[in-house]
Design a binder for this molecule. Sequence first.
Ligand code: ATP
Length: 329
Amino acid sequence: MSPDPNTSTAHPGGEPDTGSAAVTVQVPAKVNVQLAVGPPRPDGFHELANVFLAVGLYDRVTARPAERLELGCTGPDADRVPLDGTNLAARAATSLAARHGIEPAVRLDIEKDIPVAGGMAGGSADAAGALLACDVLWGLQTPQEELLEICAELGSDVPFSLVGGAALGRGRGERLSVLEVGAEFHWVFATAEGGLSTPAVYREFDRLTGSAAPEPQPSEALLAALRRGDAEQLAACLANDLEPAALSLRPELSRTLETGRSAGAAAALVSGSGPTCAFLATSAQTAEDVAGALREAGVCRTARTATGPASGARVLHDRTDRTATNRTP
Ligand code: ATP
């Protein structure tokens, strides 16, 4: 069922009155600390070695009973979020309902704080959030394995948004192994005006590398740095194979990266497919200093600090009278 265009509006303030039952789920953004990209596969996807770290910038998704699927979105980027059946949160609710043979009779309200089309998996976060929120609202108690299967159908980054923490993603990034992380890392994220389309960045990657991309492998040194919680070692290993493609499409990002490095970041890289730039700092104070320098230089739209690893999708509020189902996946 498609969302009703008459009711699928952003709410600049206040909550829609759709009854008292409601489930709110919080979901983190991600940064790829390593993104090794292989040549394109016959199905068009690329084989990846994708080391994800969830970071403390969050979207919230609230699910409430409704007569049919409805969507709302608030936040600074809300006008760039589609409020129709293509929204990943709507697709998640529809997929879960179809699996259980029920109607997706739900209103989903997204409080969007993750940059849109920013290379931080914001849409994937909303999909994972909607999936968990609907599962709890509808009292389905879908096993984690099955939720992860639905996530993988919705998008390559969605399984990680559900799980959070840190993980190595193989295949197109959906086959996850959880990674140990020895400490909290301090990050700065510089958002840019406008977004970058992930498919366009992969096309540019193909144009720049041809079929010369080697089989992607995770870096043992990087995994060890994560395990030990060693920020300097991690800084030396950060790598994003999509960065040259993102910089080719948005050359001005080089200045943003350079500004953060000069201000004391231990490392700087484009986050995923960009255009958000990520900076690793060795302390909370250095992260604040780098964010201040980026703002002052006017090389980004916003500069925000966050730490990682952060928890995956988790239920913040459950007003369904089924508190036994209140859980994290
Ligand atoms: P990734 O890092 O996973 O490649 P991204 O962070 O660069 O993704 P998203 O914010 O997920 O990009 O948005 C990519 C596109 O997906 C948007 O331009 C928008 O058209 C569409 N989209 C669908 N659902 C959502 C959603 N809930 N939030 C944001 N964008 C969405």
